[in-house]
Each structure stands twice: as structure tokens, then as C-alpha cells.
Design a protein around this ligand. Structure first.
Ligand SMILES: C[S@@+](CC[C@H](N)C(=O)[O-])C[C@H]1O[C@@H](n2cnc3c(N)ncnc32)[C@H](O)[C@@H]1O
Length: 332
């Protein structure tokens, strides 16, 4: 995390959500740093009486209302104790290592974000970022950060949030080192080391935070994106409402999803589709025709790519393909 990150992002406390200025989070303690980067430290809420304290681990602020529950979940760190000496953490990283599913997931998303940026999917997705200065850009569910870095090249500040510590820590590692480095799965258990330089813009911040309860100010963002997140949350309408709340009027929403609803993630009652209406139609009706009036969503279409092929490579002989509906819209 850059030392100036809390100010750049306008981080607000998810515990008290006190009025704009008082619940701002600031870096109160620095335990370990590397140049401008704070690797370990503590953010605190500025509101009097609020107990909000949020740790920074491996350069990633974790700004969640319920840290303890998250710590028990599969999205928390798995790479052994989070010790402070680089030699020991690198040793533990190699010996204890992440679990195989986590290594495989990291391999898939690093390859997707940094290994195939010239494919039609990335071209369409980056076309959603305005050519001219796009101001303050935010991606919810950013994974390893490819879109956040792409947006940063045209934005004042570009922020990515995700619940998965390992993915966000990989993005923050690229930002710190200027290198993409990961173990790519080639066969079921054979990894190959991938390593190359990556030009890192200086205006990027990554956080562990919940897209359904983001520690961010309302109407503070000029571009809010969620790529392949809508069908990965328990409450998709809450995600749409949060995106709308974060976005300034006249600014850009970028929403992409294959609508691969899964009952273990999203209760079928919350799926944005019915027997009579598919998800692509329902999401457009919500955004453009006020299908759910209390949500007060008023958008104009900018462009869409309703049948975008999206392929995730697990290893050389396994890949998963989806057809993503990409909607780019302007908030009235
Ligand atoms: C299918 S992946 C898509 C990642 C990336 N946007 C892309 O398109 O390559 C969904 C991501 O959303 C994250 N995620 C799921 N629920 C979330 C939540 N409530 N808040 C933030 N991130 C979340 C997951 O950890 C995962 O990285």
C-alpha cells in the first residue's frame, strides 16, 4: 500500500459510517515499510469513540466490518504466518505454500490478466475505459488487478477491491516490484515460473474489502466497474445499488457478467432472471427502464458487447469458456 493511499481513496470506516469527514480512515501506525510502501501497519477511523482499526498485511489494507469472520473464510491468507522478516516469509511461502486450489486460481487469473491482454475480450473490456482522463476509477472484484492497471493509465487514481487476499496481494506485489511473477499451472501438478517486467503506474491502490459494503464514499467515482462479479455475490441487486451509490452522475458504469448463477453463492430467489426474462434483458431493464423502481437507477446505454467470449485457462489441457454480457452505461 502506498503511504498516501487512504487519502487517495477517501477510505471511510465500514463500522461507523459516520459523516463524510469524521469516519475517514488514516494510517495510524506503520510497522514495516519499503520505500513509499507500507507493508504492515494499522489504519484507524478518525471518528471519536469508533473502535475501527484495520490492518495492512503484505501491503494490502483489509477494510472489512467483520475481520474475524473473514479470517476464517477461504478468501483469507493461507500462506503460513504473516511474519515480518522477508527471508522467513519467503521461506514459509515456499515450504508451507498456498493450498493447491489457491495456487491454481492464482495461475488462472494471472494468466488471464497478464498473459493474454491482446485477445478480443481484453480489447472490449479496456475499450470501456474512456480514452480521455477518466478521473477516479474503481473496480469491484478486481482479482489480480489487470483492469485496475489498465484504467490507471487513463485515470487520476485507480482502485481495486476484492475479498480474496491472495489475489489482491499478488496485484499489490506487482505494483511494488514492477514485475509479474507467478507459477503457471501447465499440467495438473506441473508449474512453470513466469517472470517479466511490468510498467506500473503510480496511482493504483488495492484493498481487501467487500463490494457489497465498500468502505468508500458515495458519489466519489467517475468509473465503477464490476467484471464477472454480479453472479459471484449473494445479493446482486445490492451490488448494483452500491455501484450506483458510488458513481457520480454523468459518469460511467461498466458491468460484465456471464450470468452463471450458482445456488451455493446466490440464493435462486436473488438470481436476476425469471422463466420469462433472461438475465441480459433483466439487467438492462433494471438499468434503463427502472424495472425495480425503489432502486432509482437511471442509466443511458453507451455501448454493449452482449456475446463476448471469455476463456479462463486452468492449464494446458483445461479451460473454461463463458459468454459475457458487457454493458457500458452512463448514470443520469
Ligand atoms: C469471477 S472472478 C472475476 C475477477 C475479475 N473481475 C475478472 O473478470 O477477471 C470474481 C472475483 O470477485 C471477488 N469477489 C467475490 N465476492 C466479492 C465481494 N463481495 N467483494 C469483493 N470481491 C468479491 C472474488 O474474490 C473474485 O476475485
Amino acid at each position: 500500500m502506498l503511504a498516501a493511499a487512504p487519502e487517495l481513496v477517501n477510505l471511510t470506516c465500514p463500522l461507523c459510517r459516520a459523516p463524510r469527514q469524521t469516519s475517514r480512515l488514516g494510517l495510524a501506525e506503520v510497522y514495516l515499510s519499503e520505500g513509499d510502501f507500507v507493508l504492515e501497519g494499522m489504519l484507524r477511523c478518525g471518528a471519536s469513540g469508533c473502535p475501527g482499526r484495520f490492518p495492512v498485511l503484505q501491503g494490502v489494507p483489509i477494510v472489512l466490518k467483520d475481520f474475524r469472520s473473514w479470517w476464517q473464510s477461504s478468501t483469507a491468507p493461507r500462506s503460513g504466518p504473516l511474519c515480518s522478516s522477508p527471508q522467513m516469509s519467503s521461506y514459509l511461502g515456499r515450504v508451507v505454500a498456498d493450498s493447491y486450489p489457491q495456487q491454481a486460481l492464482l495461475s488462472t487469473y494471472m494468466t488471464h490478466h497478464y498473459g493474454s491482454n491482446d485477445d478480443a475480450y481484453w480489447q472490449a473490456v479496456t475499450r470501456a475505459i474512456p480514452e480521455q482522463d477518466c478521473g477516479r476509477a474503481l473496480e469491484l472484484g478486481c482479482s489480480v488487478g489487470g483492469f485496475v492497471f489498465a484504467a490507471a493509465r487513463r485515470a487520476k487514481v485507480s482502485v481495486g477491491i476484492d475479498l480474496d487476499f491472495n489475489l489482491v496481494a499478488a496485484a499489490a506485489g506487482i505494483q511494488r516490484s514492477g514485475e509479474v511473477q507467478y507459477r503457471r499451472l501447465r499440467r495438473a501438478r506441473a508449474f512453470e515460473d513466469v517472470h517479466f517486467d511490468f510498467e506500473v503506474p503510480g496511482n493504483v491502490v488495492f484493498l481487501v474489502a467487500d463490494a457489497l459494503d465498500p468502505p468508500l464514499l458515495a458519489e466519489d467515482w467517475d468509473l465503477v466497474a464490476a467484471l464477472n462479479l454480479l453472479d459471484n455475490v449473494a445479493l446482486p441487486t445490492v451490488l448494483l445499488g452500491q455501484m450506483n451509490a458510488l458513481l457520480r452522475s454523468g459518469r460511467r458504469l461498466v458491468l460484465g457478467s456471464p450470468y452463471q448463477w450458482r445456488p451455493d453463492i446466490t440464493d435462486p430467489g436473488e438470481w436476476l432472471e425469471t422463466d420469462a426474462m433472461d438475465s441480459a434483458s433483466m439487467v438492462r431493464a433494471i438499468l434503463f427502464e427502472q424495472l425495480i423502481p425503489p432502486m432509482q437507477l437511471h442509466y443511458q446505454p453507451v455501448f454493449d458487447e452482449p456475446d463476448l467470449d471469455w476463456t479462463l485457462i486452468q492449464h494446458d489441457r483445461q479451460r473454461r469458456s463463458y459468454r459475457v454480457d458487457l454493458i457500458v452505461a452512463r448514470k443520469d
